[in-house]
Design a protein around this ligand. Structure first.
Ligand SMILES: [Zn+2]
Length: 205
């Protein structure tokens, strides 16, 4: 029983925590372990995603755990696992732009064909060059989109106009940054409040 509890605690300590800068912009993802250390040292505060109230370590451990909240028990203390922390002193900006990669393209286009709007698994989508490669089209954010099997076959080596297809939006470099490119299962639901770029799926990147 004790061993199981230790494994669970180790897993929770390795879980991802979103880090915001002083201006509440997401800049980083760290582990719960590091997040708690930063808060304990006083260089960060924990944000309650529900109320947006911020807490130092002492205040946080005095918070009663809501039903269903993940907690770490140590002798004498029960700590609710933080999901988002706020840096107190630094105001650095996200460090990188999203590099153009296949994986990032899937994230940008949200596994959705940019011609017909059909959502599909990765195996049923391919990377389409809007201006065909055979006609000098570049492989970059501005010229590549996801296309489903049907739209891809129809488009072939044609321009969208020639193929009678219309892009749902002009492709561009996404505004979110690579540290947020975690698998959906690693991302916490509460982060969507702090990462607006990932929320605007319908009309914006
Ligand atoms: Zn399609």
């Amino acid at each position: 029983m004790q061993a199981a509890e230790n494994v669970r605690r180790a897993d929770l300590l390795e879980r991802a925590t979103l880090v915001l800068n002083r201006s509440w912009q997401p800049v980083h993802v760290t582990t719960v372990r590091r997040a708690l250390c930063s808060v304990y040292r006083g260089s960060a505060r924990i944000i309650c995603p529900e109320t947006l109230a911020t807490f130092d370590f002492v205040d946080w451990i005095e918070q009663p755990a809501l039903p269903g909240a993940a907690t770490i028990r140590t002798p004498g203390v029960q700590v609710v696992v933080p999901e988002v922390i706020l840096l107190c002193r630094y105001n650095r900006l996200p460090r990188h732009e999203a590099p153009f990669t296949r994986q990032n393209l899937f994230l940008r286009d949200d596994y959705t064909c940019q011609y017909c709007g059909k959502r599909a698994t990765a195996s049923l989508l391919s990377v389409d060059h809007v201006q065909p490669k055979s006609r000098g089209g570049s492989t970059n954010w501005e010229n590549c989109v996801l296309a489903c099997v049907g739209c891809n076959a129809r488009k072939a080596d044609l321009t969208p106009r020639e193929a009678g297809l219309r892009l749902r939006r002009a492709p561009e470099r996404p505004r979110w940054t690579p540290f947020l490119n975690l698998r959906p299962s690693q991302r916490m639901e509460s982060w969507s409040k702090f990462t607006p770029g990932r929320r605007r799926r319908k009309n914006d990147y």
